[in-house]
Ligand binder design. Sequence first.
Ligand SMILES: [Zn+2]
Ligand SMILES: [Zn+2]
Length: 276
Amino acid sequence: MPAFARGSKGDCELRRAFTTDGWFWVLISLGNAKIEGETAHPMIIETRAVEPFFKNGFVVGCEDTREGIVIDPGDEVDLLLEAVRRHDLTIRYILLTHAHLDHVTGVAAAKRALKVPVGLHSADNFLYDAVVQQGMMFGLRVEPQPAVDFFYDTSTGSGQAAIRFGQLGASALHTPGHCPGGVCLAVGRLDDTGRTLFVGDTLFAGSIGRTDLPGGDMDTLMRSIRGVLFGFPDDTVVYPGHGEPTVLKKEKDEFAAFSSRPHSQDLHGDVLWLKA
Ligand SMILES: [Zn+2]
Ligand SMILES: [Zn+2]
């Protein structure tokens, strides 16, 4: 039986967040943000985000076996580790949706605590290796991160989970555009086709990530969204790298509205579907 997660705006708070363009206001999760929609399978999903980037880090766990994964540990890594302990999870992997600064600054601390392999798409390794320099761009001191342990095999398709934890599996689907090695992590039960998507900065609720950073490309991002993400069923729940979770049907509808209007050729992501 699919489970339904109910929305609760009481779990959210409006905060100022920092991006390379400056400060903006964002609704952030204060705990286990859930939205109305059909989840592929009851699973533990804990979201944490802290300043300055309010990037979402996730703990995902199998309720049957208490095995889990950590996705994109950043500056909120201590809160993620606390959630791991609270749920009594045995973490099997640290998985990265991409290697922008805000998504990787907690990898070293997470690996020290959890002692598990770190996965990334090979096309983002140049960004990962340059995390200290990425920090300098923002005036931030960032510690070097441990080397990645494995690169994703993105040839398995959406139906097969290459990475297993308990009764759950994650497959990494290549979704370049925001950066060259961006992936969508499709997580679900091994014996079920339903998936919950962790999409990094490829897609946000009502918006998309920027494409003007090194290796970014707007047309490529559009192809990833249409060709990979929108191939999942309408009721698929999506957890973006920033802001609130969403349901794919809503994003498909808003994207259709966006696509029906003419746009200038020099758009570089970072647009709201309904306003651009
Ligand atoms: Zn990013
Ligand atoms: Zn980000």
